[in-house]
Design a protein around this ligand. Structure first.
Ligand code: GLN
Length: 537
């Protein structure tokens, strides 16, 4: 019998539900249980692909080409799973299916309603994931905060699942903020009590409450949360601030959460095996070296826009016993102030991430040029790859007005152009070149040394690519395209062999990177950044 864990959040959004969800998964995994994780997003978008990363954070891309909420990335990294796109459920998908059925005539004669038709579709999708993944435990995190109107149908659906699946097969975990007053240091449980009340009003009595707090909650706060939440004190846990989010599952398990969940779900009691996970974390929290990276971005003011990249840099760092400092620098500032690029001298590496549209592109290219001319390790991802091609075309191949048609549709030298199959596409949703595709790597190149293979598979999300008409000009001037798609029609990797490390990819290595299994391009980059230690790993 499959078990279901439902996670809701209270008081504030961004309270850390995602990390608690992933941590519950980890606690179950180290006990030998198989799991999968679903993220429910109550917004009406069908997927996260059309949302601005500056407001909503990064769009995560799954192997099968789903454009999902960034929480799926956290689950994948924590749990070392490749999740399919159906593990991100949105209001948009639910309504789209129900309305399609209605138009087909499946409900002929009946009035189609939120209860039962919408709630049935929600339950069907959760159960579909359970069946298809064939795991012991399915975790479902409900996005947003208790009290949001748009979350109600989802809460109603998970409420019904308790009745249908049985008490010992379902568990409700509520994560709520417990603020600490600056002046008195007092821990305030009232907001948490209110959100539990709101949850009960909907008909859900939580089984576990996780207090999200800066520090470990004291016994008085724990007593109050238990009393007003109507749960035993041993079902109250605290997720407090830690140097690394990877420490959260251990901290929760030390409070007895793993054992409590297993006994509540009637899962065989097993001894958790934390040693491997602890070893991995050790490489993050006890580094020997340090490097400083400049990330030149367009969404630099919202760190969530680059979560997977940030994680992949840290995974690369952990593999080299290196702490990573990342400065998020706004690309446009490099355009307004011509001498700004000089500050890049203070960094061990320059990183240009993904991006869309014109804003900030000239600034990113200034940074790329600085990296190339000063032989500072450079890694470019997707737009970073395309802009490295434009910069090279302009300043090395002397094609002064070279550009991408995304930036300037009338450029005389469109070195980056829309992929042919993209030209006829009108709809924006889920129409980019998405998900995992094969790449063939040339022997004897840096890419070959990094990947140790001539065939790899990496995830993509783009519409533009290197224009075939310019391949030979770029190559004649020294740019090496060391990775291509299997029919050789699409450039995937570039490198400059005479530089310490100048490497960029059309794909996104960060989506597959894991702690303990760093992505090769990120690992290679950090390794090159360590040059000041004269360290050759
Ligand atoms: N805007 C570029 C494209 O669509 C790059 C996309 C990206 O960086 N993910 O091709």
């Amino acid at each position: 019998m499959v078990k279901f864990v439902f996670i809701t959040g209270g008081v504030l959004s961004s309270v850390g539900k995602g990390v608690v969800t992933a941590s519950i998964g980890k606690m179950l995994q180290v006990r030998g249980f198989t799991i999968t994780a679903i993220k429910i997003d109550p917004y009406v978008n069908v997927d996260a692909g059309t949302m601005n990363p500056y407001i909503h954070g990064e769009v995560f891309v799954t192997e099968d080409g789903g454009e999902t909420d960034l929480d799926l990335g956290n689950y994948e990294r924590f749990l070392d799973l490749n999740l399919p796109k159906e593990n991100n459920i949105t209001t948009g998908q639910i309504y789209q299916t129900v309305i399609d059925k209605e138009r087909r005539g499946d409900f002929l004669g009946r009035c189609v309603q939120i209860v039962p038709h919408i709630t049935d579709e929600i339950k069907r999708r959760i159960r579909f994931v359970a069946e298809k993944s064939n795991v012991d435990v399915v975790l479902s995190e409900c996005g947003g905060t208790i009290g949001d109107i748009e979350g109600l149908p989802f809460l109603e659906a998970i409420r019904q699942m308790r009745l249908e699946e049985g008490l010992e097969n379902t568990i409700y975990v509520h994560v709520a903020l417990v603020p600490i007053l600056d002046v008195t240091g007092e821990m305030k449980t009232k907001p948490c009590q209110h959100s539990v009340n709101e949850l009960r009003r909907i008909g859900i009595q939580p089984d576990i409450i996780v207090a999200r707090s800066r520090k470990m909650i004291d016994s008085e706060a724990r007593r109050k949360i238990a009393l007003f939440g109507t749960i035993p004190e041993k079902a109250v846990f605290c997720s407090y601030n830690l140097p690394s989010i990877y420490q959260v599952p251990i901290a929760l398990d030390e409070q007895g959460m793993g054992e409590y969940i297993c006994s509540r779900l009637n899962l065989l009691k097993r001894i958790p095996e934390w040693s491997r996970w602890k070893g991995l974390i050790d490489s993050i929290i006890n580094p020997q070296f340090e490097v400083k990276i400049a990330l030149i971005g367009k969404y630099a003011n919202l760190v969530d826009s680059y979560v997977s990249m940030n994680a992949a840099l840290r995974h690369g760092g952990a593999a080299c016993q290196t702490r990573i400092f990342i400065d998020y620098l706004e690309a446009e500032e490099f355009e307004q102030n011509p001498t700004k690029a000089k500050i890049l001298k203070n960094y061990d590496g320059i990183f240009v991430p993904y991006g869309f549209g014109k804003r900030g592109t000239e600034g990113k290219m200034k940074a790329i040029r600085f990296a190339r001319e000063n032989n500072i390790p450079f890694l470019g991802i997707c737009y970073g790859f395309q802009l490295a091609v434009v910069e090279f075309a302009r300043n090395v191949c002397r094609l002064k007005e070279a550009s991408s048609t995304e930036i300037n549709p009338d450029t005389p030298h469109p070195v980056i152009d829309l992929m042919p199959e993209q030209r006829k596409i009108k709809y924006k949703g889920a129409t980019m070149r998405l998900g995992a595709h094969k790449i063939i790597i040339d022997e004897g190149t840096l890419a070959h040394r990094l990947y140790g293979n001539t065939e790899i598979s990496e995830r993509h999300r783009h519409r533009w690519e290197v224009n075939q008409d310019y391949w030979s000009t770029l190559e004649k001037n020294g740019l090496v395209f060391s990775g291509k798609n299997p029919d050789g029609q699409r450039m995937e990797i570039l490198e400059l062999p005479d530089k310490l490390f100048f490497f960029a990819s059309q794909f996104h290595g960060e989506f597959k990177s894991r702690l303990g299994k760093p992505d090769p391009e990120y690992y290679g980059f950090i390794n090159a950044c360590l040059n000041k230690y004269q360290k050759k790993l």
